[in-house]
Design a protein around this ligand. Structure first.
Ligand code: NI
Length: 255
């Protein structure tokens, strides 16, 4: 995505580190390309991955590069259908979806059978403590079921929350729902409510009496229920919320 010293793309020699090679003040974007089609019976191949790479480099990257130069104020969601249309005819299979990871936490995804909408995802974090405990079970049953997670005074996590919002595209301009709205609404509905709290002690949603056990599954569902009305009011639709309790443990609601 970055011109070399002479203003021409720098191909690079390190396939692992990416192509073109970054030079100077580089942008770093990632594109996830999903292609559907039939496997050829003799070779067992559907599509040579190098063909996908080549098509991305010849169609998507120049398009995004030009847009960054000419209209850096445009929303990535607004550009995504044009990127997909530039790529699709060159692919041997059907372009099923295209996800542009604009930053390590923010992405927009287009499914080619719904070209009039994108799914916007942004990650957030909050730090909180919790205790897994069911008041209807005995102390012994709680200890057996939840182990150390039943420790009486709780323990902490740095939770990561990722809402996935279906945003309708506007053919005449930028979509009405933006990343700014997603950050503001998630901040108000979720982060302000749970950050630096003891979920069982300090929140209505996870209170020992009247709340639900603060498992990662329940946290994902509660975040969805808190955020969905605000997103709807702002003109978009919350598709799901994923919550990571650790890097290896997450839950998505609805599944
Ligand atoms: Ni825990």
């Amino acid at each position: 995505m970055t011109p070399g010293a002479a203003g021409t793309p720098s191909a690079g020699r390190n396939g692992y580190a990416g192509w073109p090679r970054s030079a100077g003040l580089a942008r770093f974007y990632e594109l996830d390309v999903s292609v559907e089609g039939d496997v050829e019976p003799v070779t067992g191949y559907f599509l040579n991955i190098q063909e996908v790479d080549r098509i991305v480099r010849e169609t998507a990257i120049p398009f995004i590069d030009q847009a960054c130069g000419r209209s850096p104020e445009r929303e990535p969601a607004e550009l995504l259908p044009s990127v997909a249309r530039a790529m699709a005819p060159a692919l041997a299979g059907r372009l099923a979806s295209l996800r542009w990871r604009v930053t390590p936490t923010y992405s927009v995804e287009l499914e080619s059978d719904q070209m009039n909408r994108v799914v916007m995802r942004q990650r957030f974090e909050f730090a909180a403590s919790h205790r897994l405990h069911c008041p209807t079970l005995s102390d012994e049953e709680n200890r057996r079921l939840f182990g150390k997670c039943n420790s009486p005074n709780g323990h902490g996590h740095n939770y990561v929350v990722e809402p996935a919002v279906a945003v309708r595209l506007n053919p005449a301009g930028p979509p009405s729902f933006t990343l700014e709205a997603l950050e503001r609404l998630t901040g108000e509905a979720v982060i302000a409510r749970f950050d630096h709290k003891h979920l069982n002690e300090d929140t209505r949603e996870f209170a020992t009496i009247g709340g639900v056990n603060p498992s990662v599954e329940n946290i994902a569902r509660v975040c969805f229920d808190l955020l969905a009305p605000a997103i709807r009011e702002a003109g978009a639709e919350l598709a799901s919320v994923t919550v990571w309790e650790t890097e290896k443990t997450s839950a998505t609601y609805p599944a």
